[in-house]
Design a binder for this molecule. Structure first.
Ligand SMILES: NC(=O)c1ccc[n+]([C@@H]2O[C@H](COP(=O)([O-])OP(=O)(O)OC[C@H]3O[C@@H](n4cnc5c(N)ncnc54)[C@H](O)[C@@H]3O)[C@@H](O)[C@H]2O)c1
Length: 251
């Protein structure tokens, strides 16, 4: 599968890692669906101004009807769906919280977006993938699932679930030529992270010191892995999680 004219949905594509992924997929010839709960239209406009074919869909990935409508709009506009990048997630806005103080509400908020959102989006695109004869799902998990970072048990668990779901879906959907892989980023200076100076202050230094490649990580560092899983070079790879973090966690 070449990315030329492939139709790619990027959830959470309005900024940060998702926007960088959309840009790279566009550079490789994909037609883009920027799916986000805020800022989708502005991001799609910016992509169009860069010469890419892009539409916006306003969607909260935790809402089943909205996610179904996202898939319908993408297929109605472009005629097919080939790639789904499940990138939308709650991370940088989370307040570090000791396990004993986490509430049910904290857990549900994170799991609704980071896990159920992925489930809903995968299920919504599947009929279009089958009609197209196959498809690619790239789930954005996180290195925290391997490290087990403290004070964010709900987030760590959500990203562990994304990795497990990647494996289960790869097994179940392989017969339909749907390949499902995951990219696990390290601490990345995304737009969301930049918007939380306390997070940057607390995590940037230790992350950098924990890497073999001792520099800050930015969204552009992830796009190669996302493009790889979406493209022809990964045609016989499924169920895998690739850690992209400058050499912090060896998985
Ligand atoms: N930045 C990091 O250090 C880091 C590390 C590992 C994994 N990740 C993961 O990468 C992904 C992107 O992170 P980022 O740092 O680029 O984030 P970001 O905050 O810069 O962007 C996230 C985007 O997702 C959208 N979004 C959030 N909830 C949504 C919902 N319910 N429905 C639709 N859109 C929604 C936001 O509006 C935003 O545009 C997330 O899944 C995050 O967990 C980030």
């Amino acid at each position: 599968m070449s990315l030329d004219n492939a139709v790619a949905i990027v959830t959470g594509g309005a900024q940060g890692i998702g926007f960088a992924a959309a840009q790279r997929l566009g550079e490789r010839g994909a037609r883009l669906v920027v799916a986000d709960r805020s800022g989708a239209e502005a991001a799609a406009r910016a992509l169009r101004e860069s010469g890419f074919d892009a539409i916006a869909v306003d969607v909260d990935v935790s809402q089943p009807e909205q996610v179904a409508a996202m898939a319908q709009r993408a297929e109605a506009h472009f005629g097919r769906i080939d790639v789904l990048v499940n990138n939308a997630g709650i991370y940088s806005s989370l307040k570090p919280t000791p396990f004993e103080q986490l509430t049910m509400q904290d857990w549900r908020q994170v799991l609704d977006v980071n896990v159920i959102g992925v489930f809903l989006a995968c299920q919504a695109v599947l009929p279009a993938f089958k009609r197209a004869g196959g498809g690619r799902i790239v789930n954005i998990s996180s290195g925290v699932a391997f490290k087990g970072n403290p004070w964010m048990a709900h987030y760590v668990a959500s990203k562990g679930a994304v990795i497990s779901l990647t494996r289960a879906l790869a097994t179940e959907l392989g017969a339909h030529q749907v390949l499902v892989n995951s990219v696990a980023p390290g601490f990345t200076l995304s737009d969301g992270v930049h918007a939380n100076p306390t997070l940057v202050e607390g995590v940037k230094g230790p992350s950098l010191r924990g890497r073999v490649l001792a520099r800050d990580m930015v969204p552009a560092d992830l796009v190669g892995a996302i493009e790889f899983f979406a493209g022809a070079q990964a045609a016989f790879i499924t169920g895998q999680t690739l850690v992209v973090d400058g050499g912090a966690y060896f998985h």
